[in-house]
Design a binder for this molecule. Sequence first.
Ligand code: TXA
Ligand code: MG
Length: 320
Amino acid sequence: MITQEIEKAVQILRNGGLVAFPTETVYGLGADACNEAALQKVFKAKNRPAQHPLIVHIARFEQVTDWALEIPPQAIKLADAFWPGPLTLIFKKKPEVSTIVTGGQASIGLRIPKHEIAQRLLQAFNSGIAAPSANQFTRVSPTHSEAVLEELGDQVDYLLEGGRCELGLESTIIDMSGSKPTLLRPGGIHKQAIEDVLGARLLQPTTMTPRAPGMHLLHYAPRTITHLLSYQALTEQVNKLKAQDLPAILLTRSPLSPNKLSTIKQINMPTQAKAYARELYHTLRSADKEGYKCILIEDVPDGVEWDAIRDRLHKASCRR
Ligand code: TXA
Ligand code: MG
């Protein structure tokens, strides 16, 4: 059955339609990366500003040269180590690559995903599929198919069902287009693993780095007001909640003294980073749906395996 579904999805992409599909990170909203009208539909469906570039997904390494002007030796090392997988590499783009997909920039983001359905789709399509996360601009990425439909409804022409995404957070993005590899977004592969392969430290983005993802503050955010707090501050805050903050939901990793208030729900988040990442967006989305007035989240540890989670929590809680 899946073969027929893939064939249908390919047909829709070839006709300029939008296909949502699962990857190991989050669901993507796919369009033919060579079809400018289809790319425009992606920006419109997401309400995404035109200067925010899309990642082009490909099936295999040989396709990199269809999009990238040059492949630095360090990028080959990263591709060997982490592709297919949750890593996006930014290259200088070839002149013929549409500036619609690159948001007007001279660089192009490429990723080879690992998920079986994504792989089969890309192999059958045999060209690049531009796919941002399948959510409204600034909102939480979908990690299951129902969430895609909640976010985009009938703007999606076809959806490939793939169950829950294994990782639950987006890919790591490394800019390979400058003189030194730069970490633009922490994600599915942590910084230390990448530095070990490079044998060098990654640069951190500066305000001069062109359009590093989520540089404007609110991003990856639930609709409900969200606060990120240390354990101590969180316990204090719980006692100070006012009527307008209730019902509230707490996402904690440490046990809190049981609260007797029925208007405060406590979710025990996993203590391991991988399991926490898999649950996070799903939990935030449920909190939005269940109508809580505020979300209080206990801060996460310092280790590199928590970097992507910490980044998303900061962005989700950074507003107004
Ligand atoms: O895991 C993922 O990366 C998912 C799945 C679907 O592959 N995709 C995803 O796409 O998260 P999106 O569009 O939601 O986030 C991609 C980020 C954007 O913030 C964009 O600014 C950045 O990648 N990006 C893409 N191309 C870029 C480029 N040429 N230069 C700098 N940043 C780029
Ligand atoms: Mg996104």
